[in-house]
Write a protein that binds this ligand. Structure first.
Ligand code: CMX
Length: 138
């Protein structure tokens, strides 16, 4: 089912304040930044080799990321796995009793089709399926 880890999402209060650690200290290249209005977040993707790091900054206090930071503080928010044929993968997971947050794929950052699995169904880690046409990293 899983092709690879696509990215790790990290909740931050400010992308601008967090970037120097990833760019200057760790030496990662910034791939791009964009706003995802449907998720009430601004994101920045960094190249971590064969995977990416996604910094997530809430744009509203109603954002799931704002609630996460309020409850748990900044830090790892989700792990996203690259899949093919995401709609079929969602159906497979449902038949295995997984509680899907998204029952159909929706549009995520970078034009990817995404769907989240509820952390209560995954042993505590918010998990994302991600399907993107074309090649990895970028
Ligand atoms: N990882 C692990 N557990 C999490 C979590 C996360 N990221 N976010 C919430 N939880 C846990 C909470 O700690 C809480 O656990 P307890 O009941 O044991 O206290 C439980 O899930 C419910 O949390 P809540 O604060 O009451 O929040 P909600 O139920 O309202 O929402 C969730 C939780 C996961 C359903 C919601 O955050 C969601 O739909 N997330 C998917 C969408 C998303 O995160 N979008 C932002 C990223 C978008 C992108 O990458 O493009």
């Amino acid at each position: 089912m899983i092709k690879k880890v696509d990215h790790i999402g990290i909740a931050v209060t400010s992308i601008q304040n967090s970037l120097p650690f990833y760019e200057a200290t760790l030496g990662m290249k910034l791939i791009g930044e964009e706003e995802v209005p449907s998720q009430l977040v601004k994101v920045a993707f960094l190249d971590a080799g064969n995977q990416k790091i996604e910094l997530l900054e809430p744009t509203s206090s109603d954002s799931p990321v704002a609630k996460f930071i309020e409850k748990r503080g900044e830090g790892i928010h989700h792990v996203a796995y690259k899949v093919e044929n995401i709609a079929a993968r969602i159906e497979e997971l449902k038949t295995q009793g997984i509680n899907m947050i998204d029952h159909t794929p929706r549009l995520g950052a970078g034009g990817a089709a995404i769907a989240f699995l509820h952390p209560k169904s995954t042993g505590g880690t918010l998990t994302e399926l991600c399907e993107k046409k074309g090649n990895d990293v970028k």
